[in-house]
Design a protein around this ligand. Structure first.
Ligand SMILES: Nc1nc2c(ncn2[C@@H]2O[C@H](COP(=O)(O)OP(=O)(O)OP(=O)(O)O)[C@@H](O)[C@H]2O)c(=O)[nH]1
Ligand SMILES: [Mg+2]
Length: 300
């Protein structure tokens, strides 16, 4: 499919997805664009970068910008970086999706709401509506949150069950400015395969290793080569301590093997070809506490 740049009335714009950690922002973006470009997990603070996901229809191009969940607890350089990413994204967007969990609104949600610039239309998205035992409770909850801000629209959804995705897209589309498309019609992200490969490995660390380790580790792609359809990826997982290295590797290397296999399968699906993946675990303490190092690891 190609987007006709000369078509009158074509709409194109940036849609920021914001909210406190773990409300389902990344899951929502992936479903909206129909591909998994942003990693997700049960644990809070999974997303660490601004990630663009693009979807083009006959009449419009939707450029979603997934952001890290806004951090309210630890004031370290990594979290300050994440929060700056959220605030920068908000002012540069045409529409904002403010995502909350249907039925829950707390101080962390309010802190994000306080950041939203009044001049950008903001849609309240009540995600995880599948979890509401009694659907009748959604209405009063929506009204309670709506009293806090002049939202342009309110849409209950379930990203997981693909519920009301079209309704949400319609609400977004009518608020996008008339513009020619910025990206090619078949682009799904502006991120490189190398970046996406690192993110996929990081997701598996979140999924397969205990509570603390995912937050004190990061992933570097040391080499990314392509030969025909085959990608060769050499990744390093950086951890703070020797004990973390042992945890990642597991008994007789079993855990690292599981991480590698799952990461490779996801890469093959996303890149559409075979992947050879090697992962090494390296101890490098203090990587998250140093601004210059963070920049070197791709944090803005
Ligand atoms: N029941 C239910 N769970 C959902 C839904 N959407 C997302 N989740 C789950 O919520 C958890 C968090 O999802 P993410 O998409 O990683 O959330 P996020 O807001 O991007 O989180 P951070 O990047 O950490 O801020 C995952 O376990 C998802 O599977 C939904 O509609 N219903
Ligand atoms: Mg996320």
């Amino acid at each position: 499919m190609t987007a006709d740049q000369s078509e009158p009335g074509f709409r194109c714009g940036y849609i920021a997805i914001v909210g406190r950690p773990n409300v389902g922002k990344s899951t929502l973006m992936n479903v909206m664009i129909g591909a998994k470009v942003s990693i997700t997990s049960r644990k809070a603070q999974t997303t660490r970068h601004r990630i663009t996901g693009i979807q083009t229809s006959e009449h419009a191009q939707f450029i979603y910008v997934d952001t890290p969940g806004f951090q309210t607890r630890h004031n370290n350089p990594l979290n300050r970086n994440l929060n700056r990413t959220v605030t920068d994204t908000l002012t540069a967007s045409d529409v904002i999706l403010f995502v909350v969990e249907a039925g829950t609104f707390g101080p962390a949600d309010q802190q994000v709401l306080d950041l939203i610039p009044k001049e950008v239309p903001c849609i309240l998205v009540l995600n995880k509506a599948d979890r509401a035992k009694d659907k009748k409770t959604l209405m009063p909850f929506a009204q309670e949150v709506a009293a806090r801000y002049p939202f342009a629209a309110i849409v209950p959804v379930s990203a997981k069950q693909r519920f009301q995705m079209q309704e949400l897209q319609d609400e977004i589309e009518k608020r996008l400015p008339e513009n020619a498309p910025i990206f090619d019609a078949d682009d799904i992200t502006d991120r490189s395969e190398k970046f996406l490969a690192a993110e996929i490995v990081r997701e598996k660390v979140f999924r397969f290793v205990g509570e603390e380790l995912p937050y004190t580790s990061t992933v570097l792609i040391e080499k990314f080569e392509q030969e025909g359809n085959l990608r060769r990826v050499f990744a390093a997982i950086l951890v703070e301590r020797d004990s973390h290295k042992a945890m990642l590797i597991g008994q007789k290397g079993a855990r690292l093997k599981e991480i590698s296999t799952q990461a490779r399968l996801d890469m093959e699906k996303l890149f559409g070809g075979p992947v050879y993946l090697e992962i090494w675990v390296k101890v490098k303490s203090g990587w998250a506490d140093n601004e210059a190092r963070l920049r070197a690891y791709g944090y803005e």
